[in-house]
Design a binder for this molecule. Structure first.
Ligand code: NAG
Ligand code: ZN
Length: 410
């Protein structure tokens, strides 16, 4: 080979290292806040949530995308851990399993206090950054976890839930999921039902971020229109780059921009390339596209690590984040744009959600109507006695009838 060729290769390698080094320098001050990680689900599947099982040691855990050394190498400074229970728990033990997944997140913080700090606010996030801890937050993945109850929603908030994905890959009695858009599920609420709207209003009032990953187009549009605070997609990519229904189309990206919201890009091969294989550069294509359509303030990362079976080459686990940042820098992203995508965009959205929240306002109280609830395992305490609106209007009609009758008699 010619000397010139060798020199060219050397320059290319040095340039790559230069971007990698710059990425690490940025991430030392502004680590990544990732929108979605399913490690808690792995802890359930592999160890039935027994964290003290020696095999579950998070310093050593090997067959997962996430462990403590990998989080450190990846400069992960904030993580929304997914409190996920599959759709087949809907109308069964969804609430119990959600509580258990929140509990395992809390126990993780308790067992590794030198690494994790469980926090519930934007201020807590920043404080954890400064202490060099991985700020740990709870995201509940799927409205089926509520069992259609505003009381459960409020209780999950008290347990630290700071985002809720309105659906997983199934309809709830009040919101439709993405499978409606490819015809594999029937539309049920055509977006959000009136009860679904009260769920979003209550999330605004409490200060829970509305997450639109997994929901149908109509649900996205309804929530974007209704929510008083910016919304996120905690782990979704760009439909224009890979036309999968789990991804976000351009018209919705524009609405997200108007709303000051955020799309945190998912790394699952099937959503990145629409194929079984994908690579880091194709993930960067999604980030470029979202930046182009929705602006640099609407870009983030939600890798879906430990929730997916296939990841792009170059992004095999959470330690690879600096390589992705290096690629963005190589593509001409400015330091400010990179810092936004890493953490500042999420912090801004979270602060806006906190600003909109108002615990002095009265809570939403109107229960879902009984006929919307499926399965016979439920009791119906409260429903027969409560003077809900239908009952009230019946009383009004009866009084009106009596009044007319008495006028007639007179
Ligand atoms: C990533 O994959 C695409 C599509 O297969 C390919 O064109 C590209 O060269 C790959 N990039 C790298 C850096 O491997
Ligand atoms: Zn998901």
């Amino acid at each position: 080979m010619h000397l010139a060729c060798w020199l060219w290769i050397l320059v290319a390698i040095c340039a790559a290292d230069e971007f990698r080094e710059k990425a690490q320098n940025i991430m030392r001050n502004t680590p990544v806040i990732d929108g979605h990680n399913d490690l808690p689900w792995q802890l359930l599947k592999q160890f039935n949530n027994r964290l003290q099982d020696p095999r579950a040691d998070l310093n050593r855990l090997e067959n997962t995308h996430t462990n403590i050394p990998k989080l450190r190498a990846g400069f992960v400074g904030g993580q929304f851990w997914s409190a996920y229970t599959p759709c087949d728990t809907q109308n069964k033990d969804a609430v119990k399993r959600t509580l258990e997944q929140i509990d395992v997140i809390h126990r993780m913080c308790g067992l590794y206090p030198e690494t994790f700090a469980c926090v519930t606010s934007s201020a807590g996030l920043k404080e954890a950054f400064q202490k060099g801890k991985v700020a740990s937050l709870v995201g509940v993945e799927g409205g089926h976890s509520l069992d259609s109850s505003l009381g459960v929603l409020r209780s999950l908030y008290h347990l630290g839930m700071r985002y809720m994905t309105l659906t997983h890959s199934c309809n709830t009695p009040w919101a439709d999921n993405w499978l409606v858009d490819d015809g594999s599920d029937k539309a049920q609420s055509n977006g959000l039902s009136p009860f679904g709207q009260s769920v979003v209003r209550e999330m605004n009032r409490l200060g829970v971020i509305v997450d639109l990953a997994h929901v149908s187009l109509a649900t996205m549009q309804a929530a974007l229109q209704l929510s008083k605070a910016p919304v996120i997609f905690s782990h979704s990519s760009a439909f224009s780059v890979c036309p999968h229904r789990r991804n976000v189309p351009d018209n919705v990206l524009q609405l997200v921009k108007q709303k000051g919201g955020l799309v945190m890009v998912n790394f699952y091969n099937d959503y990145v390339s629409c194929q079984k294989e994908a690579n880091l550069s194709q993930v960067a294509d999604h980030l470029d596209h979202i930046k182009k359509v929705a602006g640099p303030n609407a870009v983030g990362f939600g890798g879906d690590f430990d929730g997916v079976s296939r990841l792009p080459s170059g992004l095999e686990d959470v330690s690879k984040y600096p390589d992705l940042i290096a690629e963005l820098l190589r593509r001409g992203w400015t330091e400010t744009e990179v810092q936004g995508a890493l953490a500042l965009n999420l912090l801004r959205v979270f602060q806006d959600v906190e600003r909109v929240s108002d615990h002095t306002q009265p809570p939403e109280e109107e229960p879902i109507s009984l006929d919307k609830l499926e399965a016979s395992c439920r009791t119906n305490y409260g429903y027969s006695a409560a003077p809900h609106t239908n009952h009230l209007s019946g009383v009004l009609l009866a009084s009106l009838g009596l009044l007319l009758l008495s006028l007639y008699v007179l």
